[in-house]
Design a protein around this ligand. Structure first.
Ligand code: IPE
Ligand code: IPE
Ligand code: MG
Length: 234
């Protein structure tokens, strides 16, 4: 099972306490460890976390710096836990705009955890789904993607999942009350079940994850076909 989470609501969590937004990000980073552990216990195979979007560069420089610093600190602190607990870490998204320090931490973490077989933890950093789809299309076409829309759509039909390096998302969770995708895993979420909760990310916990999993277990996935019982009746 592939679960993806848009970890939203850090800023509002801080504002409600009269704290700077960055305090919300500090608290939010602590929750990630708890949720990774809970995901491994829940036998989730792949967990993709949205940590920093391409559009998040548009925030004030101090907030951007805090977010990227926290991310590096998370990788440095958690790599040995992940290696010991067979959690394989990968960072998805653009790499050409990250600092050398952060890149080193990412590569170190990916190398040290490469053998992890229990949980695949994917962290989306400087990530945009539209950008990653375009990149996949460019890779698939030797001469580079053509500008013509029809050709592009034809090409996208041919781009398979491996080109985007993921299986489809089964369950997408967004905390923080907003009901939108914010350019996250647009391709992979084609048939994802969507779960929105008002809980702000720094307040999210293992119970919250279980609640989402229970909700998911009650859904009927049809993939455009008929429910199995109806299928059999025809
Ligand atoms: C999510 O919390 C963290 C990132 C987007 C990096 P926000 O910072 O978006 O928090 P809100 O939505 O302003 O409350
Ligand atoms: C999405 O949250 C990005 C991450 C959680 C990393 P945002 O807070 O940036 O999304 P919008 O701006 O509300 O759509
Ligand atoms: Mg937000």
């Amino acid at each position: 099972m592939h679960v993806a989470i848009i970890m939203d609501g850090n800023g509002r969590w801080a504002a409600r306490r009269g704290l700077p937004r960055t305090a919300g990000h500090v608290q939010g980073a602590k929750v990630v460890r708890r949720i990774v552990e809970a995901a491994a216990r829940a036998d989730i195979a792949t967990l993709t976390l949205y940590a920093f979007s391409c559009d998040n560069w548009g925030r004030p420089p101090g907030e951007v710096a805090t977010l990227l610093r926290l991310l590096r600190r998370y990788l440095l602190a958690e790599t040995s836990y992940c290696a010991e607990n067979l959690v394989r870490v990968n960072v998805i998204g653009r790499r050409d705009r990250l600092s050398p320090d952060l890149l080193r931490a990412i590569e170190h973490s990916e190398r040290m955890t490469a053998k992890g077989s229990r949980l695949h933890l994917r962290i989306a950093v400087d990530y945009s789904a539209r950008h990653s789809i375009l990149q996949a299309a460019r890779r698939a076409l030797p001469g580079g993607a053509s500008g013509a829309e029809t050709e592009f759509l034809q090409l996208m039909n041919e781009v398979n999942h491996s080109a985007l390096a993921t299986q489809g998302v089964d369950l997408l969770i967004r905390t923080g009350g907003e009901k939108r995708l914010s350019d996250f895993l647009l391709w992979e979420c084609a048939y994802a079940e969507l779960y929105f909760t008002d809980c702000l990310w720094p307040d999210f916990d293992e119970d919250g994850l279980h609640q989402a999993l229970r909700d998911y277990a009650g859904r009927q996935r049809r993939f455009g076909r008929l429910p199995q019982a109806a299928d059999a009746a025809i």
